[in-house]
Ligand binder design. Sequence first.
Ligand code: DOR
Length: 429
Amino acid sequence: MGAILIKNGHVIDPANRVDARRDVLVEGGRIAAVGTGLSAPEAQVIDASGLYVFPGFVDLHVHLREPGREDEETIRTGTRAAAAGGFTSVCAMPNTTPVIDRATGINYLRSATQRDALVNVFPAAAVTVGQQGKEITEFGDLIRRGAVAFTDDGHCVADSEIMRRALEYTAMFDVPVLDHCEDPMLKRDGVIHEGRVSMMLGLRGIPAVSETVIVARDIALAEYVGGHVHIQHVSTRRSVELIREGKRRGVRVTAEVTPHHLALTEEACLTFDTNAKVAPPLRSEDDRQSLIEGLRDGTLDAIATDHAPHTDIEKDMVFTEAPFGTIGLEFAFAVCHGELVATDRMDLATLVEKMTVVPAAILRLNKGTLSVGADADITIVDLGLEKTISRGTLLSKSYNTPFLGKTLRGFPVHTLVGGRLVYSNGKIV
Ligand code: DOR
């Protein structure tokens, strides 16, 4: 693999407190040097003048749909979408068909990703067999084979005793349990946030309290048994308050928020757009403001896309029948930059931190920095680049996003994984 010299970019590497114009030299797949006036006669030069150079983004929460739902996404298409979005590492959710709940599943994913993945893929395994919520999986075996976390994502771990055991066992191995916090009894067959819009549309609501009760329970359990609970896709003000309070008490609780929950509200469902049907649902403007505030003050640690591809056929149904989920990898940075940085609510370095070193730390991954010797996972971003989100430009196999047709600004122009250029100027290399 040849050396690459990234010249004259504005480097932001939050872990090393770098926020200045620097050159980055990549050799042997690793960061060889970060400095000014670097030269390397043999190296391929990428001129990053006017561009930003960040550690590759790390996504804690991605559905690649393999095995079983290759009509929605594959490891190949999902990781191409990731590369286009500047993500160099993704954690794959286990709610596949079959569920990733045993050694054969992890082994399959590892060999399939070796063959097909364009970016690093770290598998999460299910908390319970078949995600049925009844019987815990073989945590030790799954971790030995490469699982970096446990989650029944798509479903909540509803049984409190199971959640307690999961936190106890994972604490022994120092890996997190990622919980999808929706009480199924309170959610029932709700399809949209319970509030003004659900009333107007006559759709069955999912009350905010369905999240509150599980977030409160998970924090209480993590405090009691000492495990690390990570709250997925936080959507309500009350959750933010509970997590803030839990952190203050010293509980090992971390949390993520999605670009769609940061940028959109229940109003996105007013047109019955099934692409805005997600779990947990888009909530009120007051909730959205609290998520931004929580991200700013560190209550919410990381941004994660919950990239959840579904086919046109699945989404082209009446609102009540369509599946929950939206894609997000390819424009997550643009959405967050527009919502947080362009509005002066967050500085760019903090946004980068929440998409790199912090999510990496939650999964104990040695990723998300430009430290000398680190894997050369790098994303080079043009903050001025505008794109209209459209079927013609998306690399994901599915197009289910409420941002279709919207013009956003701030996109990666080059992505490097392990020192190799994998995406450049709109194309997979
Ligand atoms: O909207 C969602 N879709 N939320 C989830 O947690 C699961 C996901 C999916 O798998 O489609």
